[in-house]
Ligand binder design. Structure first.
Ligand SMILES: [Fe+2]
Length: 293
């Protein structure tokens, strides 16, 4: 997929971000190093870091206007029930085991193909300093734009009544920016480091699913805040949107390798469409595994 035209839009990018607090294209600035240090410290403690007011007020306004103009074309897949591991039921386990507890999850997205190259959302996402900044925050030598033309930069639409129940992520990290909070409900909650690479800690997962809130943290997110979250080990959810308006969350995806793209099956399931690029990537994946040529 072709990135936006290579015209110099530096001033536009800078105006979308609160550039005085977050000079993300000036890695030599003392403030840049300060921000990176802050993020890394927070991530090391509990896998979650927030840069409050990352987007400028004008930036939030502009991105929201772009979302609203596309809201009618958002794709909603039928709401599903999943367990915290996104795995299927295992009848060999006793009833009440965390693997056997299935909870509501609703999905709605304004997909990236709906944002043209002229949009600020897309320009910001494709701005190389943003990718480099996220890589520095995560302590990675390099990161790349996720190459999926449908899902690389999407807006999750949390309609009134929707929720995204407790789960662990399969992704190592998630980068999100709230564009519009729910008028009530729609809170991001998490239990830091509930499991680790060696132990699922089923008993503790079960306690949370049964309603124990002792270790649950709620993030007071506001529109424009950038959140970096390591969700592999921290159980998390978005509570029900009990307000009358949408909760809108911009999700920008990055990959450790260039050219990464989602599978045909998963992309169609979540976003209701695939492109020729998905089909071509699938064909290549199959061919790379075949031994006949
Ligand atoms: Fe998640």
């Amino acid at each position: 997929m072709s990135p936006p035209q290579n015209t110099d839009h530096t001033e536009l990018y800078r105006s979308l971000v609160d550039h005085a607090r977050y000079p993300i294209d000036r890695p030599q600035a003392p403030r840049f190093a300060e921000v990176i240090r802050h993020v890394r410290e927070e991530l090391a403690v509990d896998g979650c870091a927030v840069l409050d007011g990352f987007l400028s007020e004008a930036g939030v306004k502009q991105l929201l206007a772009e979302c609203r103009a596309r809201r009618a074309n958002a794709y909603f897949s039928p709401s599903t029930k999943t367990n915290v591991y996104f795995s299927s039921d295992d009848p060999a386990l006793p009833p009440g085991h965390p693997r056997r507890i299935f909870m509501e999850r609703s999905n709605g997205f304004i997909t990236s193909d709906l944002f043209g190259t002229e949009t600020s959302a897309r320009r910001l996402y494709y701005w190389p300093p943003l990718t480099a900044f996220v890589a520095a925050c995560l302590g990675k030598r390099s990161l790349y734009i996720y190459d999926d033309p449908v899902s690389n930069m999407i807006v999750n639409v949390g309609v009134p009544g929707s929720c995204f129940n407790w789960h662990f992520d399969t992704n190592e990290f998630t980068i999100t920016t709230l564009l519009q909070a729910a008028a009530s409900g729609g809170h991001f909650e998490y239990v830091p480091n509930l499991r680790d690479a060696h132990d699922e800690h089923y008993d503790e997962v079960k306690q949370v699913l049964d309603g124990d809130t002792a270790r649950v943290r709620r993030l007071p997110l506001r529109a424009g805040d950038l959140q970096l979250f390591l969700g592999r080990f921290s159980l998390h959810r978005v509570t029900e949107n009990t307000g009358a308006t949408d909760r809108l969350l911009l999700i920008m995806s990055f990959a450790g390798k260039p050219g990464m793209i989602g599978s045909v099956h998963r992309t169609r399931e979540l976003y209701g469409k695939v492109t020729a690029a998905h089909i071509e990537a699938e064909r290549r994946r199959v061919r790379s595994d075949a031994l006949m040529d």
